[in-house]
Design a protein around this ligand. Structure first.
Ligand code: ADP
Length: 184
């Protein structure tokens, strides 16, 4: 049984590590970025509303994202645990998640913060070349991260739920460190 939250700047390797851990723990990987990109690709109502914000590197408004997460966590495959990737991304989302997890009696086990310096992130994202990976949009996403998401590090640290890992190491080394933490 594992319930993990991944924090970290864009390009920190959250997605890659979250997928590895979800396989190891045999729980679903829940990425709000993936869910939103799929909604955009399928031109759903959610996708049409989210696309503008994603292309600008802004956060999609909370009212859209909170409904999405509430529904996803209530699905049966999520009852035995999950790895959350890309959520929460600001303090209101974290407070919402706290209340939700308490209501469904599923406390989170760990919050993992992947630490990676800015230069490394920008280089990694430019190489990736996703639609929202142009230099201007990347800079905006980093600024949004610093202003809105980075405060969550202290939010979770103050409740002793935070584990920080150096994300500027080979992928396999990061995965090994994570494995040790979840089995400790
Ligand atoms: P990255 O890790 O590169 O930032 P993600 O796939 O996590 O990429 O997110 C891509 C985009 O999707 C974000 O820039 C944002 O517009 C939107 N998004 C994803 N998760 C959230 C969230 N929890 N709240 C608001 N917007 C989100």
């Amino acid at each position: 049984m594992s319930r993990l939250i991944f924090l970290g700047p864009p390009g920190a390797g959250k997605g890659t590590q979250a997928v590895s851990l979800s396989k190891i723990c045999q729980v679903p990987h829940i990425s709000t970025g993936d869910i939103l990109r799929s909604a955009v690709a399928h031109k759903t109502e959610l996708g049409k509303k989210a696309e503008f914000y994603m292309n600008a590197g802004e956060l999609v408004p909370d009212d859209l994202v909170l409904d999405l997460i509430r529904e996803r966590l209530s699905q049966t495959d999520a009852s035995g645990g999950w790895v959350l990737d890309g959520f929460p991304r600001n303090v209101p989302q974290a407070v919402f998640l706290d209340d939700l997890l308490e209501a469904i009696q599923q406390p989170c086990d760990f919050v993992v913060n992947l630490d990676v310096p800015d230069e490394v992130i920008i280089a990694r994202l430019l190489k990736r070349g996703r639609q929202d990976d142009t230099e201007d949009v990347i800079r905006n996403r980093l600024q949004v991260y610093r202003e809105q998401t980075a405060p969550l590090i202290d939010f979770y640290r103050s409740r002793q739920q935070l584990v920080s890992i150096d994300g500027n190491q080979p992928m396999e080394v990061v995965t090994e460190e994570l494995k040790k933490i979840i089995s400790s």
